[in-house]
Write a protein that binds this ligand. Sequence first.
Ligand code: SF4
Ligand code: FES
Length: 432
Amino acid sequence: MSLKVAPASLPASYDRNGNQDPKSPTDHKAAVVPPASLPAPLEQSRNPEPQPGREPQNSACIVGPLALIAEITHRCPLHCVYCSNPLEMKSRAAELSTAQWISVFEQAAKLGTMQVDLTGGEPLARVDLTELIAAARAAKLYTNLITSGIGLTQDRLNVLAHAGLDHIQLSFQDSQAAPADEFAGTNAHEKKLSIAAAIAKHHIGFTLNFVVLRGNLARLEEMIALAENLGAQRVEIAHVQYYGWAAENRAALLPTRAQLDRSLEIIQAAEARLRGRLRVEYVVPDYYARYPKACMGGWGRKLMLIDPSGEALPCHAARTIPNLHFENVKTHPLEWIWQKSPSFQKFRGEDWMQEPCRTCDRRTIDFGGCRCQALMLAGDAAATDPVCSLSPKHELVAAIVNRVNSAATHSMGGASAPIQVTSSWIYRPNPS
Ligand code: SF4
Ligand code: FES
C-alpha cells in the first residue's frame, strides 16, 4: 500500500512519500528488472520514491531513464472525465511511424532503460502494436501495456502475448457498468469484463487499475472484489491526479475527507485479507497529502515520456509550462535529450528551488513536488508545490479541499450509496 498515514498530530493529512512499504507504488520498484516470472511491472506512477544508487542530480552523472512512457497514440475510444492527456492532443497524422518508435526503444535500451509502458490514448488503436511490442522485447525492455481493453480480442491477445508482452494493466472506471460508462463517456464496462477473463488465462502479468473519485469511492470494496474475481495478481487503486481533463473536472472529482478516511480502512482490511494472493496498492489524492509526491520520481531523474508525435517530455503535463521547448526524437538522439536538453535540465538538482524547499530536509525525497501543479495552482513552476503543507501558497489547496468538504452531501455508504451524477462533465474528445 502506498499511502502513509500522518502522525496523530496531523490526523487529516497523508504522506504518500514515506519509506515504510517496499511494495509501494510510489517506490518505483527498487527491484528494478522484473524477471519473466514476476507479474508486477515497474510503476509509471507520478510519484516514485528515490532509489538508492540512482540519485543523479546533474547531467554529468545522469543515468538513463529507468522507464520510458511511450504514448504511442492519443486516439482512444473512451472519453474519461479524468484523462491526464493534454487538452491539445496529437493527431493520427502526427504520430511517429513504426520504425521511429522502434528506434526510440532501441536507443532507450542502450541508455539503460529497463521498461517501456505502452500507453496512450488507447495503445490498441495502433495497428502496429504487435510489431512495437516485439521490437521492445527484442531490445530487452520489459513490456507493459496500459489499456482500456477496448479493441482487444482473444485472437489479438494471443498475438500480443506471442510477440512478448510481459504485463497488462487493464483500467476500470468503476465496479458497476452504469457509473463506469458515465465516467468513461461510452459503454465499455461489459467489454472490459469479458476481455479481463481472457487475460487472466494467459501467462502474462495482470494488474487491474481503478481510478477512484468522489462518485465511485462508495464501491471501493466492490472494486477490490472484482479484481479478486477476475484473477488479477495486482490491483492498483489510484485517486485522480488533477492534470489535463481531470483538472477541468476537479470540482466534481475530488473526494471528501470522510470518503478518504473510510477508504483507508477498507484498503488496510483488504491488504490484510488478501496478502499473498492479490497485491493491493493505493495512491491517495495529492490534495489531502501532507507533503507532495516526488512527481515522476523527480524531474528528469527516472522517467521519460515520449508523446505520439515524438516530443520528449519529463512528465505528462510539462507542455503547460511556458517558455520551455521540448525536443523531438525525430531530430535529436534520445541520449542527448535525456542528458543535455535544456528542458530535461530545467528542474534537475536543487539550484532552481525556492524557499522553503531550498533548505528543507525533504528536498531530496520529493524534489519540491510537482512543477506542473505548482504552475497550475501558484502560477510559478519553480514554486514549492502548494499541496505541501509547508508551502506559503498551501491555503490555495486548503480552500479547494474545504469547499468540497463543506459542500459534501454524501459520504461512504456502502455499495448502495448513490453516485454523484453531474450533467456537466467535460469529456475528453478524440483527436482528429
Ligand atoms: Fe518538499 Fe519543498 Fe515541502 Fe520540503 S518544502 S516538503 S522539499 S515541497
Ligand atoms: Fe508533475 Fe509535470 S506533472 S512535474
